[in-house]
Ligand binder design. Structure first.
Ligand code: NI
Length: 239
């Protein structure tokens, strides 16, 4: 045990940490769609060598967040309306299915957690909480339901779709939060009633309803509108 003073860090761990940091920065809009990702700059910012940065960029390319172009190097992937529509369509199908499976396996304990998250969202909206707090509570509400489906592959596919394009492209008018709250309430009521088919239909409707608002917003302001939208009365949120 004499080497305790020299902790060995697995290169795989460094690659994962760099990959997670980069993914988060892209999803949060620190790097914008179309922006160049210079290995050297990123390595310096994260205090690592270029090797884990290169590996992380390759992994993010496989995930669809980064494009590596000849001569130009890595850039943050840009998204079209067709991409947005396709992702929301698949999300509606998968999230509806996960919620239906969850409804059939619901327990009192998980139901209590879901009700508490709904109450927290209502509180946050009533207290004019910041958009990140609303987005977090929304994500936890959905995750808690989908986990109860007990289908890890389905859950990972949903999370993959959530992470498949930069959220900086996704902005909603602030009143979206109250619409979502109402739709969440209906989902909770159907879960309490044990009506799995209704739960599936409501979750699919909820995702489609978010998609509709998102697409209207993007058609109005364009895919790259966050500066303008952040200055106005808008909210970022998953669903
Ligand atoms: Ni939602």
């Amino acid at each position: 045990m004499g080497d305790e003073l020299l902790p060995v860090i697995d290169p795989k761990t460094i690659n994962n940490i760099v990959g997670d940091e980069l993914r988060e920065a892209i999803l949060k809009g620190v790097f914008r769609p179309g922006e160049r990702l210079r290995q050297q700059d990123i390595a310096r910012r994260l205090g690592v060598s270029r090797i884990p940065v290169r590996e992380a960029l390759q992994r993010l390319e496989a995930e669809g967040l980064v494009k590596i172009q000849p001569y130009k190097g890595a850039v943050v992937a840009e998204f079209t309306m067709q991409d947005v529509r396709e992702i929301f369509f698949l999300r509606g199908l998968l999230e509806g299915t996960a919620a239906k499976l969850a409804a059939a396996r619901m327990t009192l304990e998980v139901m209590d957690n879901i009700k508490a998250l709904l109450a927290q969202m209502e509180y946050l909206i009533g207290h004019d909480a910041d958009v990140q707090a609303l987005a977090d509570i929304n994500a936890r509400f959905h995750e808690t339901i989908y986990k109860q489906a007990n289908s890890p592959k389905l859950y990972n596919m949903i999370k993959g779709l959530w992470m498949s394009f930069p959220k900086s492209s996704l902005l909603f008018p602030r009143d979206r939060a109250s619409v979502s709250l109402h739709e969440h309430q209906e989902i909770v009521d159907a879960l309490l009633a044990g009506d799995a088919d209704r739960v599936e239909a409501l979750v699919r409707f909820h995702v489609e309803s978010v998609a509709k608002d998102e697409i209207e917003w993007v058609e109005h302001f364009g895919l790259e509108s966050s500066e303008m939208a952040d200055g106005g009365d808008s909210a970022k949120s998953n669903t």
